[in-house]
Design a protein around this ligand. Structure first.
Ligand code: ATP
Ligand code: MG
Length: 262
């Protein structure tokens, strides 16, 4: 894929940071199209920083969390994926595919409301093939208890038993937990409030996580509830976060040895 910055600068595929730059420009394009909020650029940069010290690939630890996440979604009665601008800009097609494969609806939920943003995100998801998108019609929305920001306005999330929150803010994760909902977070920072509050924290980049979830869904989609429950019960999020932190430390040590020969 080619992508341009200001139409005149094509990044060659051989560029060592091609992938990272590709997604950076998707975020910039998203901002120009209203899909991404200005603050979304900063959130993306915060994520990139952690991705660097994770090694920019899905770790075995994240894969375990992904199995637990997919199994939990398959077991849930009323699961929902909460979609924000960054996610819609980065992986719209994959998101719609996942939604179809494991039968989990998509609900737009934004921290930064701006005239036309919900519509821009809706268009992005529809272009990617989404048939039904929630969180659009104010008449169908209710308010989530315990939250002051814009994100309190919800549709299916109000009655969901499980909410997957990619790139979420800590306040809402806390509010969702206090309402006894099961929360799956995708967050590159293992120490964010979201990561610490969630039941299942996938410490990985959303651009890798969603395709990996699709793979896992195809693999375990036919298991019975007993087998799915076994996957979920084996998973411990505290250990998962500890392991994620250890793997960052190990990665940095390996890089230090490799480049500084100490
Ligand atoms: P919290 O509110 O949970 O304490 P925060 O305030 O540090 O987190 P926010 O700006 O609220 O961060 O949310 C953005 C989060 O999303 C950050 O933790 C960042 O690491 C993460 N993030 C950004 N881009 C990605 C991505 N592509 N994949 C996964 N996580 C990402
Ligand atoms: Mg925050």
């Amino acid at each position: 894929m080619n992508f341009n910055e200001n139409q005149d600068h094509t990044i060659p595929k051989t560029h060592p940071r091609y992938q990272s730059l590709k997604y950076r420009y998707k975020i910039i394009e998203g901002m120009k199209n209203l899909v991404v909020a200005e603050a979304g650029l900063i959130a993306h940069g915060r994520g990139e920083c952690f991705d660097y010290i994770i090694g920019e690939k899905t770790t075995e630890i994240a894969k375990k969390a992904i199995y637990a996440a997919v199994a939990s979604i398959l077991l849930a009665d009323r699961p929902v994926i909460s979609v924000n601008g960054n996610v819609a800009a980065l992986v719209p097609r994959e998101l719609v595919l996942l939604s179809n494969i494991i039968n989990i609806p998509l609900e737009i939920n934004l921290f930064y409301q701006k005239e036309g943003r919900v519509k821009a995100i809706k268009n992005e998801l529809q272009k990617a093939g989404a048939k039904e998108i929630y969180g659009i019609d104010p008449k169908k929305m209710t308010e989530l208890y315990g939250l002051d920001s814009n994100r309190k306005k919800v549709e299916l999330i109000a009655d969901a038993d499980l909410v997957m929150v990619p790139l979420e803010d800590g306040d809402r994760t806390e509010a969702l937990k206090k309402l006894n909902k099961k929360v799956i977070a995708v967050d590159l920072n293992p120490l964010s409030r979201t990561s610490l509050w969630a039941d299942i924290t996938i410490v990985d980049n959303i651009v890798r996580t969603i395709p990996e979830m699709i793979k896992v869904a195809k693999e375990i989609g036919k298991l019975d509830n007993f087998q799915l429950r076994e996957i979920v019960n084996k998973f411990d999020n505290k250990i998962n976060i500890q392991n994620s932190l250890n793997s960052i430390v190990e990665y940095i040590k390996r890089q230090k040895k490799k480049h500084l020969k100490q």
